[in-house]
Write a protein of this length. Structure first.
Length: 327
């Protein structure tokens, strides 16, 4: 069946020789890079979401809201999945459609052929008028099975959690649902983003929802998160000209710290969606100049490894490249 063209980024080659338009100084206002997410590896870019993922995102402005959701929709369509958008019930569907199209290359044909649909939580749970986790989860399982029966690779939804107030749902019941999803995600054919507007939900509610989701998304497209680990550093998001100062600083700091117990430091690039030539060359220079004669392991996607080799990785004797497949 026809699908959208995939945007360049995670899920393709993880390499970008140009400049990403997003401007980022590495700051995130404390919204999506909590220490718990960093420590457990739950933090990913939206482009890295896979079937079976149940993700939390939050936003405090509409640019962040629509750009992340548009990327999620666009990638799902490109991968041959069926997509349902359960948007803020206070935003008319034509406005939701226009917003997603303005932030992503989402062709009208996807909706015409039935691959993309717009709905609401109120409509999803009909004929029930009151939210229960059992009814909602049951309906999402039905939609997933329908999508598979229609020949799609899977089913994904983006759920703006403004429906909670629209239906007057008990927040404790919603939290229980988020942590007791049963088999909904188990067979790796369904993926979901739960999007919380921090202007509408109390900080303790947002913190609890964030804590209890298995996956937490970077708040903005183009962000870079540098996550210190026991053995080195994990990088998530985009390493381009906009984020290069943070990239260089954090890689240098990780090499200076080294790894405990005589182990070789590990720089994990597998969570990057973009790695440009400038960042790759900087990494090679920093590894070559690192103190001591021990090896440094760089874990990365195959395309990132090819870029590093083109830029001289074989001449950096202490560098060990480990290739891993990424989504």
């Amino acid at each position: 069946m026809p699908t959208e063209t995939a945007p360049k980024g995670c899920g393709e080659d993880g390499v970008n020789d140009g400049v990403n338009d997003g401007v980022n100084d590495g700051a995130d206002n404390g919204a999506d890079n909590g220490e718990g997410d960093r420590a457990t590896g739950r933090l990913i870019a939206v482009e890295r979401m896979r079937p079976g993922d149940h993700a939390f995102t939050s936003h405090a402005d509409d640019d962040d809201r629509w750009s992340v959701l548009a990327a999620f929709v666009q990638h799902g369509l490109a991968r041959g999945e069926k997509v349902m958008v359960l948007a803020d019930p206070g935003v008319p569907v034509p406005d939701v459609r226009d917003a997603l199209r303005s932030y992503g290359r989402i062709a009208p044909e996807a909706e015409k052929r039935g691959q993309l649909s717009y709905s609401s939580m109120r409509a999803l749970i009909l004929p029930d008028r009151r939210f229960t986790a059992k009814r909602q989860l049951g309906r999402l399982r039905e939609e997933t099975e329908r999508a598979r029966g229609e020949g799609y690779q899977g089913f994904r939804t983006v759920i703006d959690m403004a429906w909670v107030q629209d239906l007057g749902a008990d927040i404790e019941a919603v939290l229980h649902r988020e942590t007791h999803t049963g088999q909904l995600f188990a067979d790796k054919t369904y993926a979901e983003i739960c999007a919380y507007d921090r202007r509408r939900f109390a900080p303790d509610v947002v913190a609890a929802m964030r804590r209890d989701h298995p996956v937490v998304l970077l708040e903005r497209l183009g962000d870079l998160a540098a996550v210190p680990t026991r053995d080195g550093l994990r990088l998530v998001g985009d390493a381009d000209l906009a984020t290069h100062p943070l990239f260089a600083t954090e890689v240098g700091a990780a090499l200076t710290r080294g790894a405990p117990d005589g182990r070789r430091p590990l720089l994990d690039l597998a969570g990057l969606c973009f790695l440009d030539a400038h960042g790759a060359a900087t990494l090679l220079r920093l590894v070559a100049a690192a103190d001591g004669g021990g090896q440094v392991e760089v874990r990365c996607a195959p395309a990132q490894a090819r870029l590093l080799r083109r830029l001289g990785a074989p001449g950096v004797r202490k560098l060990v490249l480990t290739e891993v497949e990424v989504w």
